[in-house]
Design a protein around this ligand. Structure first.
Ligand code: SAM
Length: 273
C-alpha cells in the first residue's frame, strides 16, 4: 500500500494558483471563476461550482436567523470573503471562546462528517469553508438542529480565505476527498500542490497538522510526493508512508462513493515543524 506505483515524477511543478490561463468546460457545472487578476491573468480554481438542487431545509438555513448565526459571511451567492481575516474571533461569544483549539475543514461537501466531528469534539472550534451552496445550507441546518456552539461556516474559496488569515492561526486543517482532477491537463487544479501547500502551511500553528484523505490512488501518491518534499511539514507516518485511518475521521459521502466503486482509501497527516 505504501509502495510508489509511479516511478517517474508525478508532479510537474508548474501549478500556479493565480496566474494560469487554462479553461475547462463541463456541462454539469457552472463555468469556473476565470476572473482576470490584476495582472490580467486568470485564476485557476480547485473547484467547479455545481448546479444542484437545494432542499427546503438547506434553503431555510440560508435565511432563518436560527441557522444563519452559523454563517460567517451572509452575503450568499457570491462567496464574498471581504473582511474575514480572523477565524478565532467568531467564537469569542461562545462557550469555548476564541482560544480553543481550532480546526478548519476545506470542502466539507454536504457537511455530514464535518458536523459529526464537531459534535463529537465540543471543546474544539470548527470552521468549514465550502463553495457549494446547497451543502452550506445543509451544514448550517444540521448545526442548528443540534444546537452546536463550536461551528462556523464560510462560503468561499479556501485559498483566498487562507491568504487573508494571519500566520500561525489554525491548529488543524483537514481536506477530505478533494476533487481528484484526474485528467493530466487538470492536475493544476489539484488542491494539494506545492504552491497551495505554502498557503496552507503558513496559516497552521507550529505543531499543527494538515490531514487529507483520498480514494484516488494516483492523487494519493501525488500527495505524498508533494507533501514529503515540502519543507516545513513532516509526515507523521514517516516519509513515503500513509497513516492508518484515524478513528476520529467519520466516513464521508465521497469516501462511501469511492468504496462502492472499489477504490482504496489513503489518509495522510503532516505536522508543521
Ligand atoms: C469531492 S467533494 C468532497 C466533499 C466531502 N469532503 C466528502 O468527502 O464527501 C470536494 C468539495 O470540495 C469543495 N472545494 C473544492 N475546492 C474548494 C476550495 N478552494 N474552497 C472551498 N471548497 C472547495 C467542492 O465544492 C466540493 O464540495
Amino acid at each position: 500500500m505504501n509502495e510508489h506505483p509511479h516511478n517517474d515524477s508525478l508532479i510537474k511543478h508548474d501549478t500556479d494558483v493565480s496566474t494560469n490561463t487554462d479553461t475547462q468546460t463541463n456541462e454539469s457545472m457552472t463555468s469556473d471563476t476565470e476572473a482576470p487578476d490584476n495582472k490580467h491573468k486568470r485564476i485557476v480554481n480547485t473547484f467547479m461550482k455545481r448546479r444542484t438542487h437545494m432542499n427546503k431545509n438547506a434553503e431555510l438555513a440560508l435565511t432563518d436567523p436560527e441557522f444563519t448565526q452559523y454563517l460567517v459571511n451572509n452575503s450568499f451567492g457570491d462567496g464574498n470573503l471581504e473582511g474575514i481575516n480572523d477565524l478565532r474571533s467568531s467564537f469569542s461569544d461562545k462557550p469555548n471562546g476564541s482560544d480553543a483549539p481550532l480546526t478548519l475543514e476545506i470542502g466539507f461537501g454536504l457537511g455530514d462528517s464535518f458536523i459529526e466531528m464537531a459534535a463529537a469534539d465540543p471543546t474544539r472550534n470548527f470552521v468549514g469553508v465550502e463553495v457549494h451552496e446547497p451543502g452550506i445550507g445543509k451544514c448550517a441546518y444540521m448545526a442548528g438542529t443540534q444546537n452546536l456552539t463550536n461551528v462556523k461556516i464560510i462560503n468561499g474559496d479556501a485559498i483566498q480565505l487562507l491568504k487573508q488569515l494571519p500566520e500561525n492561526h489554525i491548529d488543524r486543517i483537514q481536506l477530505y476527498f478533494p476533487d481528484p482532477w484526474q485528467k493530466k491537463r487538470h492536475y493544476k487544479r489539484r488542491f494539494v500542490s506545492p504552491e497551495r501547500m505554502a498557503i496552507v502551511t503558513r496559516s497552521l500553528t507550529q505543531g499543527g497538522w494538515f490531514h487529507t484523505a483520498t480514494d484516488w490512488e494516483h492523487y494519493a501518491f501525488w500527495m505524498v510526493d508533494v507533501l514529503d518534499n515540502f519543507a516545513g511539514l513532516s509526515n507523521q507516518a514517516g516519509k513515503g508512508n500513509f497513516t492508518t485511518r484515524p478513528s476520529f475521521r467519520p466516513m464521508t459521502k465521497f469516501e462511501r462513493r469511492g468504496l462502492e466503486r472499489g477504490h482504496g482509501v489513503w489518509d495522510l497527516i503532516y505536522i508543521k515543524d
